[in-house]
Design a protein around this ligand. Structure first.
Ligand SMILES: [Zn+2]
Length: 100
C-alpha cells in the first residue's frame, strides 16, 4: 500500500523489524516519528542520563491507539517516568486525583 501511494520507492526501505505506519497516521504524524515506519528510537533520559529506547510497538500504540500528540516523544527512561508520575500524583497535579 505504501508503495502504491509512492510513500517509498521500494519495500527494502523498510527494515524487517520496523512497523509500517498506517498512512492515515503518518500524514498527520510525521513529526517526531519517521514518515513511513516505526523503528526503535534510542534516546538519553533527561533525568538520569541513561540511554533508553522507545520501541516501535510502543510508538504505534502511542500514536494510533492512545491517539497521543505526534509532537511528543518520551524524554525519560521507564524508571524516571514512574518517579515523575509519582511526584506529580503527590503534588496533586494528576487529573485523576482531583476530588469530584
Ligand atoms: Zn532516567
Amino acid at each position: 500500500m505504501l508503495l502504491e501511494r509512492e510513500f517509498i520507492k521500494n519495500a527494502s526501505e523498510i527494515p524487517d523489524d520496523a512497523i509500517p505506519i498506517d498512512p492515515e497516521f503518518s500524514t498527520k504524524a510525521g513529526l517526531c516519528i519517521p514518515a513511513v515506519c516505526y523503528q526503535d528510537i534510542e534516546f538519553i533520559c533527561t533525568d538520569c542520563g541513561r540511554p533508553d529506547f522507545w520501541s516501535a510497538g510502543s510508538q504505534q500504540h502511542y500514536f494510533e491507539i492512545s491517539k497521543a500528540s505526534p509532537y511528543k516523544q518520551p524524554k525519560r527512561c521507564y524508571d524516571c517516568r514512574q518517579k515523575e508520575l509519582t511526584r506529580k500524583a503527590q503534588a496533586g497535579a494528576g487529573p485523576r486525583h482531583k476530588p469530584s
